[in-house]
Design a protein around this ligand. Structure first.
Ligand code: HEM
Ligand code: HEM
Length: 229
């Protein structure tokens, strides 16, 4: 059996699969919003917590989780595109430069989607915790974003899945297994690019801080809006 090196830390892998499930659940509950709006909002808070974790992890997490490690410069991107054009192999132990841009796009879009949800209502009984607390014009923008960004998000998720299928079927590189086990084969990466640990204690501290932050945001800090019947 060939030797394998750890590339994706455990917290990042747990984040990824929870994130995918949460977004799928948010979509499903929004499609049946009259029955599931409460669950939709709970999933939205969970997505916010995951995003707070991932953004913090992108600053202090292990090597391949860090934004500074994978956000590509223009030169790296061009170099990568040239390799693809010439059908040459590009060495990317973590996210490849194009994949990295897609990762950032998905994180930004989903952050905007979840944050805008805090300010809107469903015209029936349910409102985000900050509905009614901002100027009506800004509320309209939030509602516009929440109702329209999702389509762009779907496109980016489809591109994400297509890229993974392309790597699997055409380039014969399975990216899914490393996102489950965390490990890549010795012939795919250099030993110096392996990470030595998943930094679990640090991840647990960030998870606790993220839970407190979301609790503060949606419960403690949410304004109490007077309702008139
Ligand atoms: C709603 C669905 C999904 C969303 C929003 C999503 C989002 C993401 C994000 C944000 C990352 C970057 C991970 C990080 O650095 O934190 C990522 C990576 C990845 N995702 Fe997904 N994902 C989704 C579904 C899936 C599914 C269904 C699969 C597998 C069939 C998958 C396979 C992967 C793989 C293999 C990577 C690593 C790519 C690489 O090697 O650069 N994703 N995804
Ligand atoms: C990742 C997070 C989220 C996703 C992907 C998401 C997605 C969606 C989608 C696709 C819709 C249907 C829009 C339409 O019918 O055009 C929707 C509706 C809605 N969402 Fe979210 N949402 C998220 C987070 C939130 C949060 C955090 C809240 C509030 C706490 C929220 C509150 C609502 C409400 C109240 C509606 C109903 C709007 C209406 O019926 O006009 N959402 N959401």
């Amino acid at each position: 059996m060939s030797k394998k090196y750890l590339i994706w830390d455990l917290p990042l892998r747990i984040f990824h699969w929870l994130f995918a499930l949460t977004i799928a659940g948010s979509w499903y509950t929004s499609e049946h919003s009259s029955d599931f709006i409460e669950y939709h909002m709970l999933l939205g808070y969970f997505a916010l917590g995951l995003l707070v974790f991932r953004i913090s992890w992108g600053l202090v997490g292990p090597k391949h989780a860090r934004f500074s490690q994978f956000i590509p410069s223009f030169k790296t991107l061009i170099n990568y595109l040239t390799c693809i054009k010439q059908n040459k192999k590009h060495y990317s132990p973590g996210h490849n430069p194009l994949g990295a841009l897609m990762v950032i796009l998905m994180i930004v879009l989903i952050t905007l989607q979840a944050v805008s949800g805090l300010f809107i209502n469903d015209d029936v009984f349910s409102s985000g915790p900050y509905y009614g607390s901002i100027a009506p014009e800004i509320e309209k923008i939030m509602s516009f974003l929440h109702h329209n960004l999702f389509d762009i998000m779907i496109v980016s998720i489809i591109l994400h899945l297509s890229a993974i299928t392309y790597y699997w079927k055409i380039k014969k590189e399975n990216l899914i297994l490393p996102m489950i086990t965390g490990k890549k084969n010795v012939n795919e990466i250099n030993e110096s690019d392996a990470i030595s640990s998943s930094r679990i204690p640090l991840a647990i501290s960030i998870v606790i801080a993220a839970i407190f932050f979301v609790y503060w945001l949606v419960i403690l800090n949410a304004p109490i809006i007077e309702e008139f019947y």
